[in-house]
Design a protein around this ligand. Structure first.
Ligand SMILES: [Zn+2]
Length: 349
């Protein structure tokens, strides 16, 4: 189907890597001490937050995350989830919350050996359960450096069995053992970050670039254009919202900082590659409050918002209001859930 879009319309934008579980993290208590590098950011912030999650806080974080995605004209999100104390059923909770808002979502549970072999087994089982029940998803793997070789092999095998790819963080920081993924990957895989991958890494799949997150964690510049043509490049937010026009602008200025000859068409192409990952989004229609949705203009125009978002033929957002859920009530309940999550977080060392 080809859409005849007006100049102020685009298909639905795709976020190729997100963590809805971080939607309630904004405003959370500071970590016990200031992290000094990326491994410490993981240990002191994210690996404490994920242990505090239960199915209730997962639901409200996903619902808030879904609402803010639609609000920004993003109609499809590829989510990567971890909640080691609430694994079973977690992917269905996320899918349900997104479906209530009308957002398309692809779910995966990030399998890891950080919590021993039982934790890895439970993560594998949750991916298998969700996919077996017909859920839209992939097999999630946290990262090679937190997984035993057998766990990586089992995830790859499970993905093959379900005809999907593996969604995995790759060489985000300098400390990584991405080489362990060699021999397992195929074109369906999502290789997230790739900051410290060499040009000739030999892995197959789409590299997902998360420019803002990488800067926030001071892990370095991925320079994703170096992976073409062997790997397609797409854009994700890594949990910092789902505003893909904003992410495009940040990825663009970061690319310019490294090479001032780069134009916005290259980075806009990375955003468009999201439609290879989530083809249905190409048929969604977003009407914007800006006259000409052209990469050159958008690179330098901030605060562009949708006036209407149509997903799967249904208008789910119009003039700042969801047609599906009460925005004010959802935000209030998400704030209450955030309070519960932060209280629990205080008890986790
Ligand atoms: Zn991530």
């Amino acid at each position: 189907m080809t859409l005849n879009l007006e100049a102020n319309q685009t298909p639905g934008l795709v976020c190729a890597h997100n963590h809805f579980y971080s939607a309630l993290a904004r405003g959370m208590p500071a970590p016990p001490r200031t992290p000094h590098d990326f491994p410490e950011i993981l240990k002191l912030v994210w690996w404490r937050l994920d242990r505090a999650l239960d199915l209730d806080t997962i639901y409200w974080s996903a619902k808030l995350g879904a609402l803010t995605a639609v609000e920004a004209g993003c109609t499809a999100v590829i989510d990567h989830h971890e909640s080691p104390n609430a694994i079973e059923g977690s992917l269905s909770v996320i899918a349900e919350a997104c479906s209530e808002v009308g957002l398309r979502v692809n779910c995966s549970y990030g399998i890891t050996d950080r919590h021993g072999p039982d934790g890895a087994e439970a993560g594998l089982a949750e991916n298998d359960r969700f996919l077996s029940e017909g859920g839209r998803g992939m097999v999630g793997l946290h990262a090679a450096f937190t997984c035993e070789p057998d766990t990586i092999a089992a995830a790859a095998e499970l993905a093959r069995r379900h005809g999907v790819g593996v969604h995995v963080h790759v060489a985000e920081g300098e400390v990584d053992t991405w080489q362990k993924l060699g021999g397992h990957t195929d074109d369906h895989w999502l290789l997230v970050h790739g900051v410290h991958l060499p040009d000739d890494h030999g892995l197959s799949g789409t590299i997902v670039h998360n420019a803002r997150s990488n800067m926030n964690n001071a892990v370095g510049y991925a320079d994703p254009k170096r992976f073409a043509p062997d790997n397609r490049v797409a854009l994700g937010t890594d949990g910092i919202g789902s505003d893909m026009l904003d992410e495009f602008r940040v990825a663009y200025v970061r690319a310019r900082e490294a090479d001032v000859t780069i134009g916005p068409d290259l980075v806009w192409g990375w955003l468009e590659n999201g439609w290879y990952l989530f083809p249905e989004a190409r048929h969604d229609v977003v009407t914007w409050d800006y006259a000409v949705m052209d990469p050159w203009r958008l690179a330098y125009t901030t605060q562009v918002s949708p006036t209407e978002v149509e997903i799967d033929g249904e208008v789910v957002w119009v003039d700042g209001v969801s047609t599906r859920v009460d925005v004010g009530e959802t935000k209030a309940k998400a704030a209450e859930a955030a309070g519960r999550l932060w209280s629990k977080l205080e008890t986790i060392g």
